[in-house]
Ligand binder design. Structure first.
Ligand code: P1T
Length: 385
């Protein structure tokens, strides 16, 4: 089949008009089981934990958008991550980016360390020397998040993938913050992409979902398919339908997120109540050049430091309305949150401090409301700081 451009694939990949009825939208196949003509003889589906046509459409669409070969949809981003970790033998060593979503850290540190005796080293993956030095005989995986949550650090995917290849180590990139519209980890040599599809992919804050895409390693893809079936953390047909629908506008939405975020970052950078703005699209962002090289645009997430401490942050966060005070990100509506208290509370205080997740640090997910309304509200809310 012809390889269409990304915006076309976001609408069509993995989806054909329904064979039975001609329905142009993939139906929600709300069926747990499928009738067989003879024992073991069926039309490709036997039981919806193993496979479901609505989920297949989403999985194939995501594989296409990431330019990988196989996609797998899970009940949450963390279930997707867990399935990747389950491909490792007990006692394996992982090297992970020190800055990452608090829930991913919790999965590594509070679950897999115990249930699978995984050893985890957290470090700044951009420090090539430290990365190379921490590779051991049982190192099986390097886990990258870029841009990171919440500090928006960019990890040089090409460098990490090249080093990992040299040592025969698998690389995984959590592409949640960028989405395949802004960043293609496989182009830089990464082996596996994971997503919290809860965020930009679905885009409408009404689903929890996760995706794994495997680039070209068939054996690994078969393992993940087996784990998906054997452990059962699958995405439901209804949620698969919603994410599939969300994907159709992903390229358009990302464009609008980036456009609004750029204006808000510039506004905050010039505001006297703001100490510092962290946004990869700003000239002042230390890795701006790397972001330009690795990403097509700079995304909808901004992190900034208010002048003041916890009290000023609290007052400010209680004041915004359009920027709803809530965890999560990547939806059409703007969200604002306090990482140290909310999304990253599971990361030990010393580690948070080292990373700069301070009490005056605020994270914004810029939505698609009118930019003038968003700027006006920020201006007003900053008056209480
Ligand atoms: O929430 P879930 O769909 O299970 O995805 C977890 C996850 C994985 N990776 C990244 C980069 C994430 O940001 C998340 C979830 N993050 C939030 C809920 C948040 O507010 O940061």
């Amino acid at each position: 089949m012809k390889k269409y451009k990304l915006s076309t694939r976001a609408i069509h990949a993995g989806q054909e008009p329904d064979e039975a009825t001609g329905a142009i939208m993939t139906p929600i196949y709300a069926s747990s089981t499928f009738v067989q003509q003879s024992p073991g003889v069926h039309k490709g589906y036997d039981y919806s934990r193993s496979g479901n046509p609505t989920r297949t459409a989403l999985e194939n669409c995501m594989a296409s958008l990431e330019d990988g070969q196989w996609g797998f949809a899970f009940a949450s981003g963390l279930a997707a991550e867990n399935a990747v970790l389950d491909t490792l033998e007990a006692g394996s060593h992982i090297i992970a980016m020190e800055d990452m979503y608090g829930g991913t850290f919790r999965l590594f540190d509070k679950v897999k360390k115990i249930s699978a005796a995984l050893e985890v080293t957290y470090l700044d993956l951009n420090n090539e020397q430290e990365l190379e030095n921490s590779i051991k005989g049982n190192t099986r995986l390097i886990w990258v998040e870029t841009p990171t949550n919440p500090m928006l650090t960019i990890v040089d995917l090409q460098k990490v993938a090249a080093l990992a290849k040299k040592h025969g180590i698998l690389t995984v990139c959590d592409n949640t913050f960028a989405s395949p519209v802004l960043q293609k980890p496989f182009d830089f040599g990464i082996d596996v992409v994971v997503h919290s599809a809860t965020k930009y992919l679905n885009g409408h804050s009404d689903v929890i979902a996760g995706i794994v895409v495997v680039k070209d390693d068939r054996e690994l893809a078969e393992k993940i398919k087996f784990i998906q079936k054997a452990t059962g953390g699958i995405l439901s047909p209804f949620d698969s339908f919603l994410v599939l629908r969300g994907l159709k506008t992903l390229p358009l939405r990302m464009k609008a997120h980036c456009s609004n975020a750029k204006k808000i970052a510039a506004f905050l950078e010039n505001h006297p109540k703001v100490e510092k703005v962290i946004y990869p699209g700003l000239e002042s962002f230390p890795q701006h050049e790397l972001a330009k090289k690795q990403m097509k645009d700079f995304g909808g997430m901004i992190t900034f430091l208010l002048k003041g401490g916890i009290e000023e942050s609290r007052r400010f966060l209680e004041k915004t309305k359009l920027f709803a005070l809530a965890e999560s990100l990547g939806g059409i509506e703007s969200l604002i949150e306090h990482p140290a208290i909310m999304t990253h509370a599971s990361i030990p205080k010393e580690m948070r401090e080292k990373l700069g997740v301070a009490d005056n640090l605020v994270r914004v997910s810029v939505g698609l409301e009118d930019i003038e309304d968003l700027l006006e509200e920020l201006e007003e809310a900053l008056r209480v700081v």
